[in-house]
Design a protein around this ligand. Structure first.
Ligand SMILES: Cc1cc2nc3c(=O)[nH]c(=O)nc-3n(C[C@H](O)[C@H](O)[C@H](O)COP(=O)(O)O)c2cc1C
Length: 185
């Protein structure tokens, strides 16, 4: 909830390809959430300056991350939101580097209590077959459970290689929109 008392849903785009498949999927999930009455916000990781986690444990020992960078903006948004959609394409059987850097930094975010008990959905496009996404889905599932958030759904879109491919997959878009509604109810 935020000051307007509307549920707030935050989308995270972990692809550098502007208007690509990941962003299209995140947009569709957010559109579903908006339809269900939520306030929505989208963050494009590639537009931000997020440093790599240094593993110093300052977030555990001092309650603050040693970095002073754009992760502060994300933390602010995450603190105000009650649901998140994480989007990353598959790069070499895993998430993109920019997404992984963000994801590592969530250790500090979760220690601040900004993730626990909130809802999370994943969207993962890839050029190849669905099984190629298994490691990434495993990482997202296990880490989200570790952070004690609630997974409401996931969309893996195989055979989605070129930048406009997802826009032609009406069934996947529809599933994404429905998943967005589940982030709200
Ligand atoms: C560096 C790189 C590595 C990739 N590795 C894989 C891969 O291992 N398996 C796969 O199925 N697709 C792979 N792809 C294809 C992307 O997952 C696919 O094009 C996806 O739709 C990109 O999403 P986007 O439009 O949001 O950037 C790779 C693409 C790039 C640029």
């Amino acid at each position: 909830m935020n000051k307007t008392n509307k549920i707030r849903v935050l989308g995270i785009v972990g692809s550098a390809r502007s208007g690509g498949n990941t962003e299209t999927l995140v947009d569709e999930v957010l559109a579903g959430a908006k339809e269900a009455g939520a306030e929505i916000k989208k963050i494009i990781l590639n537009e931000l300056n997020i440093s790599h986690c240094q593993g110093c444990n300052a977030c555990a020992n001092k309650g603050e991350c040693r970095h002073n960078d754009d992760m502060n903006k994300i933390n602010e948004e995450m603190s105000k939101s009650s649901a998140f959609v994480y989007g990353t394409p598959i790069y070499y059987w895993g998430p993109t580097g920019i997404f992984k850097t963000f994801h590592d930094r969530l250790l500090a975010t979760s220690r601040k209590g900004f993730i626990k008990d909130k809802k999370v959905a994943f969207v993962v496009p890839l050029g190849g077959s669905e099984s190629v996404a298994r490691h990434t889905i495993g990482i997202l599932t296990d880490s989200t459970n570790y952070m004690k958030a609630n997974i409401v759904g996931q969309i893996v879109s195989p055979g989605t290689m070129e930048i406009e491919d997802l826009k032609k997959k009406s069934g996947v878009l529809q599933r994404a929109r429905e998943m967005g509604k589940k982030l709200v109810v």
